[in-house]
Design a protein around this ligand. Structure first.
Ligand code: ASP
Ligand code: MG
Length: 474
């Protein structure tokens, strides 16, 4: 029988300092003794933000400021290195891998400052330095435990398009490269420690997969290597029924489907990058979310079919940084193209539309965008409808940013009548005012727009209404 191949990803907090890296290395060594495994790592927590800050500081012409940030990052990695490795020779060897990466960062910042221009390509080159620094550290820590390991740059594995800052993988090429590069290491029993977040175009130009993209790196490699499972090690116990800071009774969900987990990721549950599950769907590779700070806990298993529980509702989530825009007035009844023009406009300004709702009387079209997209969307709409506004065919374009979306997520809600009704009751009891409702056609999600200040009350009462605090057996 072919041994089970495991791809494991460790997030920024799991490699946050020497003691976290040591804990992570122990988990890796434990798994590597049983199975061949490939590890994907993020930058140490906070490092990517600091690198982006350095890039922006350089863009403003402040080389000294950018260099001060890089120096501080160098110090942070030196401290981790020093605490991880007792042996002087090993420390020197590791420094020889880390220093050129920092030097590259300095040169990139100098160039940026000189030109006062930060291209998406340069920003990718700078923001990816954190993973290139953390991977050798983790590899050294695993080596310390007597398990052979080697840091590998994902530019050698993950082939992407050239969309800097949010590149998409090209799976066929990625498959060829990853198998060719990692296969021989695995055969020799070496654990590859791969930089998450990073890829390269077919021509070799470095790209990044977007913020939080290391999760995505893990499933891309999982699919490319036909892994048996992917484990995302993070700092929470798994996928929870709600945000525990708002709902203290929230608990870990033992099994959840791809669709449910993707819906939760899309609707603001921060546990997974929204694209994470795309690469593994076809091959039906299970993905685990586990806590590197509490490895004894089972975590959440994400599978193709999940497991339906009685009520159909699995979890709740809320998104706050959103704005409701409505276009309407009685006059729009006679205008056949208002819907079309509204959404061509949102598409033109590349606004991410999260939810749409139109009342059957057609007096209003409301939709929700990220608050970051709101201003340019409204400006574009006012321009598009200028003529109609002047002639009172369209009476208003209004904006409300003091709102939030609460989404009730669960597969098989189709077969469970009364979910919307139960939610209304629960919200009514707490006097939470409903502004709009939308049910996705997947029936995997019913979303409610409410006032932002009512989010906590809405989550608490809905969580209780569906009995989500009751433990489900694993
Ligand atoms: N380090 C990158 C970020 O902070 C990628 C990741 O951690 O997933 O966005
Ligand atoms: Mg993350």
């Amino acid at each position: 029988m072919k041994p089970r191949l495991v791809v494991m990803k460790f997030g920024g907090t799991s490699v946050g300092d020497a003691s976290c890296i040591a804990r992570t290395a122990k988990i890796i060594a434990g798994v590597a003794k049983e199975n061949p495994c490939v590890v994907v790592v993020s930058a140490m927590s906070g490092v990517t933000n600091r690198l982006i800050e350095a890039a922006k500081t350089a863009e403003a012409g402040n080389v000294a400021g950018a260099e001060a940030i890089l120096d501080a990052l160098g110090q942070q990695h030196e401290t981790a290195l020093f605490n991880l490795l007792p042996d002087d020779q090993k420390r020197t060897r590791l420094r020889q891998r880390i220093e050129p990466v920092l030097a590259e960062g300095r040169r990139l910042c100098e160039g940026t400052a000189l030109l006062r221009e930060l291209t998406p390509r340069t920003l990718d080159a700078i923001s990816s330095l954190g993973e290139r620094l953390s991977a050798p550290l983790v590899a050294a820590a695993v080596d310390e435990l007597g398990v052979y390991s080697e840091a590998v740059e994902a530019t050698e594995l993950v082939v992407t398009d050239a969309f800097h800052g949010g590149a998409e993988p090209q799976m066929e090429l990625t498959r060829e490269k990853s198998q060719a590069r990692l296969g021989p290491l695995l055969e020799k029993g070496i654990v590859p420690i791969v930089t998450g977040f990073i890829g390269a175009t077919a021509e070799g130009q470095l790209t990044t997969l977007g913020r939080g993209g290391s999760d995505y790196s893990a499933t891309i490699l999982g699919a490319a290597l036909e892994a048996d499972e992917v484990i995302i090690w993070t700092d929470v116990d798994g996928v929870l029924t709600a945000d525990p800071r708002l709902v203290p009774e929230a608990r870990t969900i033992p099994v959840i489907s791809y669709r449910e987990a993707a819906e939760l990721a899309y609707f603001g549950a921060k546990v997974l990058h929204p694209k994470t599950l795309n690469p593994v769907i076809q091959a039906a590779i299970p993905v685990w979310i586990r806590n590197s700070f509490a490895p004894e806990k089972p975590g959440t298993k994400i599978t193709p079919e999940g497991r339906s529980i009685g009520g159909g509702v699995k979890a709740l989530t809320a998104i706050r940084d959103v704005t409701l825009i409505s276009v309407g007035g009685p006059g729009i009844v006679g205008l056949p193209d208002v819907v079309g023009r509204t959404f061509s406009t949102t598409a033109e300004v590349r606004a991410n539309v999260l939810l749409i709702s139109q009342s059957s009387s057609q007096n209003d079209i409301c939709f929700i965008v990220s608050t970051a997209d709101a201003q340019r969307t409204v400006e574009a709409l006012r321009k598009e409808f200028a003529h109609d506004l002047a002639h009172h065919k369209v009476e208003h374009i209004t904006v409300d940013s003091k709102i939030a979306i609460v989404a009730v997520v669960g597969e098989n809600m189709r077969g469970t009548p009364g979910i919307a009704g139960k939610t209304f009751n629960a919200l009514g009891r707490e006097s939470v005012n409903l502004i709009a409702i939308a049910q996705g056609s997947s029936e995997c999600n019913i979303s409610f727009v409410i006032e932002e200040k009512a989010v906590k009350a809405a989550l608490l009462t809905t969580h209780r209404e569906f009995g989500l605090e009751k433990a489900e057996k694993a």
